[in-house]
Design a protein around this ligand. Structure first.
Ligand SMILES: Cc1cc2nc3c(=O)[nH]c(=O)nc-3n(C[C@H](O)[C@H](O)[C@H](O)COP(=O)(O)O)c2cc1C
Length: 248
C-alpha cells in the first residue's frame, strides 16, 4: 500500500492526507517522505551489489539469463537514470551474440590496419591488444553508450544561464547509465568490463548498425559469463578522499 501511495502525483498525495498535521509554512517535501520506511536490508543489498561490480576481462558466452532480462535491464536504465533538467540525451545500442562478435571483429579489423600501417607495434598487438580483444569478443554482448547532441543543444538554447553545463552534465548522466548497467549485469551473474575504443570505431559502427552520424559514442560495456577473476585493487585511504562535518 505504501508504494502505490508514493507513486501517485504529488497533488493527490497532499489532498489525501489528514488536514491536522499540515501547516501552510511546512515544506511540501515533508509529506512526500512520510510513507518511506528505512530499510537496512535494501541498503545492504545495494552496497553488496556495488562491491560485487568489478572489471572482468576474460568472458564466455554462457549467459545466465534469457536475453529478455538484459532487455528489461536496459529499459530500466533508460527509464530510471536521471539527467540534468530531464534532458534524456543518452542513447543505448545493445549488441548480443552474433552482433556482439561482429562488433569486436570490426575493432580487430581496425587494429590490424593500424598494425599494418605501423601505427601500432606488432608485439603490442600480438601480446596485449589481440588477447584482450579476443577475451572481450568471447562474451555475450556489448552495450554502447551514446549522447545525442541535438537534445543537449536544445536545452543549452532554452536555458542560456547553464548553456556551458549541459554537455558535461550529459556526460555525467551517461556515466550513470554505464554504472547502473555494469552493476545490474553483475547482479544477474555476468562479468563485465568498460571499454573506450571510440572515436576509432565510431564511423564503421554507425554504418553497420544504422546509428545517426551525429550521435557521440562515449563508452562500450562488454559482458559475458565471468571466466577470470578481477585484478587485485588497492584503495587510497578513505580519510584522504572523504571529509564529513557535523556528524552526530
Ligand atoms: C570512467 C572509466 C573508464 C574506464 N575505461 C576503461 C577502458 O577504457 N579500458 C579498460 O580496460 N578499463 C577501463 N575502466 C576500468 C577501470 O580500469 C577499473 O574500473 C578500475 O581499475 C577499478 O577496477 P574495478 O572495476 O575492478 O573496480 C574504466 C573505468 C571507469 C570508471
Amino acid at each position: 500500500m505504501a508504494s502505490w501511495r508514493l507513486l501517485r502525483p504529488f497533488s493527490s498525495r497532499l489532498f489525501s492526507l489528514p488536514m491536522s498535521p499540515i501547516r501552510p509554512s511546512q515544506p511540501a517535501r515533508a509529506f512526500t517522505r512520510t510513507n518511506i520506511t528505512p530499510s537496512p536490508t535494501k541498503t545492504d543489498t545495494f552496497v553488496e551489489l556495488a562491491q560485487a561490480r568489478r572489471t572482468i576481462y576474460k568472458l564466455g558466452n554462457d549467459s545466465p539469463v534469457p536475453d529478455s532480462k538484459i532487455e528489461d535491464l536496459v529499459h530500466a536504465a533508460i527509464l530510471n537514470v536521471p539527467s540534468a533538467f530531464n534532458t534524456q540525451s543518452t542513447r543505448l545500442l545493445v549488441l548480443l551474440h552474433g552482433e556482439h562478435e561482429r562488433l569486436w571483429d570490426v575493432v580487430i579489423q581496425i587494429f590490424e590496419g593500424l598494425v599494418n600501417s605501423g601505427a601500432v607495434p606488432e608485439t603490442t598487438w600480438r601480446n596485449q591488444t589481440l588477447p584482450k580483444l579476443l577475451g572481450i569478443k568471447g562474451g555475450v554482448g556489448t552495450i554502447l553508450f551514446y549522447e545525442d547532441p541535438a537534445h543537449i543543444q536544445l536545452f543549452s538554447k532554452k536555458f542560456a544561464l547553464y548553456k556551458d553545463h549541459f554537455e558535461p552534465w550529459a556526460g555525467h548522466s551517461n556515466a550513470m547509465h554505464q554504472y547502473f548497467l555494469w552493476t545490474a549485469l553483475e547482479s544477474l551473474g555476468f562479468g563485465a568490463n568498460l571499454q573506450h575504443y571510440n572515436p576509432l570505431i565510431d564511423a564503421p559502427v554507425a554504418k553497420q548498425w544504422d546509428i545517426p552520424s551525429d550521435w557521440k559514442l562515449v563508452a562500450q560495456l562488454v559482458f559475458g559469463s565471468p571466466e577470470g577473476s578481477p585484478n587485485e585493487k588497492t584503495q587510497k585511504p578513505i580519510a584522504d578522499r572523504v571529509k564529513i562535518y557535523g556528524k552526530l
